[in-house]
Design a protein around this ligand. Structure first.
Ligand code: ATP
Ligand code: MG
Length: 428
């Protein structure tokens, strides 16, 4: 590469601008708006935490902790990590702020996450997630609600059809423990054929092996005993109630008994909305119940359930980018009009309109720019209009023109531009 390092973004990072940024915003804002409707309040935690927060919560044999974290020592000698995900941060905040005094707490978040991975389409080193966490609700309805809110967001974005909801249960700790024994016994017999990573996991976190992307591991896992066969009555009942609640809302799912969230504190529900449209980056929204997490971080024994979705992956699935707002273009003719146009632009912006007013230029040049920006209306202001206290409006799609008194302008624009500038109609 010939360009100077300062002119290149860091590998796996990405500048967002124009259409791509509008897609991104649509995902984040739709997520926020729908989550609010379901009662999830927004929370914003710092993008870095003490390394310990992630090391403890994600487990020290997870891929994220062993290979993907951006960890550094700050000038005060503390080990700091850029957040690879936000669940740990939200739980840490709940403890720090004492929010567990009043449960349940329901949160939505949006923001950048950082993982040192091999960049590909839909896989970045700085990427973004939206997510929700419901902390302090032990009921299966909380799992179903989290899934339903996620499905609603995907539906609103028009991508639900492109995904499949895969569902599984990991059971409670008792079921997990019995399964773990059977799984380890099975894997021990095949230890030599496991990948090096998985041999390590066999000691510390055998369930994670079910999640391995290694081909050899996958073949072994395909024949492994199923957790489903080790569920006790409580776990079966819990799972049945989650499915019942989803059925009631007609949310379609496919049961996948091999779907796992490999971390020790995960219990009961695990789910993923997957797509076949993004190659190997198939998971767009993934989550589950994490009843042990808050306690793992040193807080009280408080249950939780939630999910995170990749904003870049969802953006890639969006059929079309939302269009940019179509501004009103003011075209002054003559020096006196130019000065007045400056004030008029400010007034219209205050009313909620997007207004384009070039710093200089002949009317022809200004009109070209207005066209390029997709302006909806041109507002001509010449000596004559100025003297008579009117503005000439031209609808740029139809070419239709009309003259409007300055005193009636706000009202006329509100009716012409309608819902495009909702703030304006709200004020009118
Ligand atoms: P994958 O199996 O694709 O690596 P993951 O299991 O690491 O995903 P989670 O930790 O569950 O993913 O994160 C939730 C969501 O965040 C994923 O489903 C995906 O949409 C998104 N995501 C995860 N890592 C990245 C990344 N490096 N770049 C872009 N999006 C990502
Ligand atoms: Mg990953």
């Amino acid at each position: 590469m010939s360009s100077a390092p300062t002119a290149r973004p860091v590998r796996g990072t990405h500048d967002l601008v124009g259409e791509e940024l509008r897609r991104h915003r649509a995902v984040a804002e739709t997520g926020r708006a729908i989550a609010l409707r379901w009662g999830y309040q927004e929370i914003a935690t710092p993008i870095f935490e003490h390394t310990e927060v992630f090391a403890r919560s994600l487990g020290d044999v997870s891929d994220i902790v062993t290979k993907e974290m951006y960890t550094f020592t700050d000038r005060g000698g503390e080990s700091i990590t850029l957040r690879p995900e936000n669940t740990a941060g939200v739980c840490r905040a709940v403890i720090s702020l004492g929010l567990h005094q009043q449960l349940p707490q329901k949160f939505f978040y949006y923001g950048p996450m950082f993982r040192y991975e091999r960049p590909q389409k839909g896989r970045l080193r700085q990427f973004h997630q939206i997510g929700i966490e419901c902390i302090g609700a032990p009921e299966p309805l909380a799992d179903a609600e989290a899934i339903a809110a996620g499905a609603h967001i995907l539906e609103e974005l028009g991508v639900l059809e492109a995904t499949t909801l895969e569902l599984n249960t990991l059971g409670d700790l008792d079921s997990r423990a019995r399964y773990r024994e059977a799984l380890v016994a099975y894997l021990r017999g095949r230890e030599a054929k496991l990948s090096a990573d998985s041999r390590l996991r066999l000691e510390r976190n055998p369930l994670r092996i079910l999640d391995s992307k290694d081909e050899g591991d996958r073949a072994i896992v395909a024949e492994a005993p199923l957790l489903l066969d080790f569920l006790n009555e409580t776990s079966r009942a819990f799972y049945a109630r989650v499915k019942e609640a989803l059925d009631r809302l007609a949310i379609a799912y496919v049961e996948n008994p091999r779907l796992v969230r490999g971390l020790d504190y995960y219990t009961h529900t695990a789910f993923e909305f997957t797509t076949t449209r993004l190659g190997a980056q198939g998971a767009v929204l993934a989550g589950g119940r994490y009843d042990g997490l808050v306690a793992t971080l040193g807080g009280p024994d408080v249950p939780g359930v939630g999910w995170a979705a990749g904003v870049e992956r969802l953006s890639l699935l969006l059929a079309e980018a939302p269009p940019p707002p179509r501004p009103l273009a003011i075209v002054p003719i003559g020096e006196a009009a130019e000065a007045e146009a400056w004030v008029l632009a400010r007034d219209l912006r205050r009313l909620g309109h997007a207004v384009e007013l070039a710093f200089e230029g002949r009317p022809g040049k200004r009109m070209k720019r207005a066209d390029r920006l997709g302006a909806r209306l041109a507002l001509f202001l010449g000596e004559d209009e100025l003297a008579r206290g009117v503005v000439k409006l031209r609808a740029l799609d139809s070419g239709r023109e009309e003259e409007v008194a300055r005193t009636a302008l706000a009202e006329r624009l509100a009716s012409l531009v309608g819902v495009e500038n909702p703030a304006a109609s709200a004020r009118a």
